[in-house]
Design a protein around this ligand. Structure first.
Ligand code: 2HA
Ligand code: ZN
Length: 267
């Protein structure tokens, strides 16, 4: 059967971006085995012919009710699929789903019955919040950056805004491009609805959310921008780690220098 992407360049371009970012996650060592997941709201690219397609799966519960997702469609990485395989063959390792009218369940529509990511509750909760916020954000990413996850094994870094200030102080760009910083969600069971709820709570205040001893989540207008947020934080973590492994504690930019940046960039 023909792919849903055939003759739909705008939808194909969104899936292409996901594949490109999936490759970066693998190359960075942030995506061991099936680690991490990506979802993109593709509703604007869904035409009447797609809407008429039958489901190719049973109806699955999301695990929570998300009222803003009524009538929405998502491209999702498949559960237990490798990020590096998603990079090369996105439609074999991910699928397009539609949210049903109860806002609490979904079905798979194309191309293959690949069940979405185990973190779907968190991802769809983030999308629900993005729609409520009305800023046109369409993408969510969860990944396992080695440096940032390692930092959460130090209890001192888990206190409110300690890690954010440390990471901001490593290089000015992090302050500029991740202006709301990194929120911390204390350890919770992967895939749980509790994790999803804590994630969207933290996203009210922060750009990126760290799941203690697990990984980060970020959202953005598209998947490139969501990835960039994590990438700048990881760069800061790398600078910190490099200084520490040279045998000294990095001084960091001063509070004054950061305040100056905040004023100059209107952060
Ligand atoms: O999809 O990263 O948190 C695999 C995971 C679960
Ligand atoms: Zn994970």
């Amino acid at each position: 059967m023909e792919s849903i992407l055939a003759n739909r360049p705008a939808l194909a371009a969104e899936v292409d971006k996901v594949a490109e970012v999936a490759g970066y996650l693998w190359q960075k060592g942030w995506a061991e085995r099936n680690g991490g997941n990506i979802t993109v709201n593709v509703t604007e690219h869904i035409d009447d012919a797609i809407r008429a397609l039958p489901a190719i799966s049973p109806r699955y519960p999301i695990g929570t009710v998300l009222p803003h997702l009524k009538g929405c469609w998502f491209f999702c990485k498949g559960t237990n699929r490798r990020m590096r395989d998603l990079a090369r063959r996105p439609m074999e390792n991910g699928s397009v789903i539609r949210i049903l009218d109860d806002c609490a369940s979904y079905e798979i529509v194309a191309d293959a019955p690949v069940k979405p990511t185990s973190e779907l509750a968190s991802h769809l909760s983030m999308h629900d919040k993005m729609i409520a916020d009305g800023q046109g954000y369409k993408a969510a990413i969860h990944t396992h950056p080695i440096d940032l996850v390692a930092m959460t094994h130090n209890p001192a870094f888990l206190k409110k805004d300690v890690l954010t200030n440390l990471l901001w102080s490593m290089i000015p760009e992090t302050r500029a491009f991740c202006p709301k910083g990194l929120g911390i969600v204390p350890y919770k069971m992967p895939s749980s609805v509790e994790l999803a709820e804590a994630t969207i709570e933290a996203l009210k205040e922060y750009d990126v959310v760290m799941w203690e001893k697990h990984g980060v989540c970020a959202v953005g207008p598209d998947i490139f921008e969501a990835f960039d947020q994590v990438d700048v934080l990881s760069k800061s973590a790398q600078i910190y780690l490099t200084a520490r492994s040279m045998g000294f504690e990095p001084t960091g930019t001063t509070q004054e220098q950061m305040d100056e940046l905040k004023r100059a960039f209107n952060l």
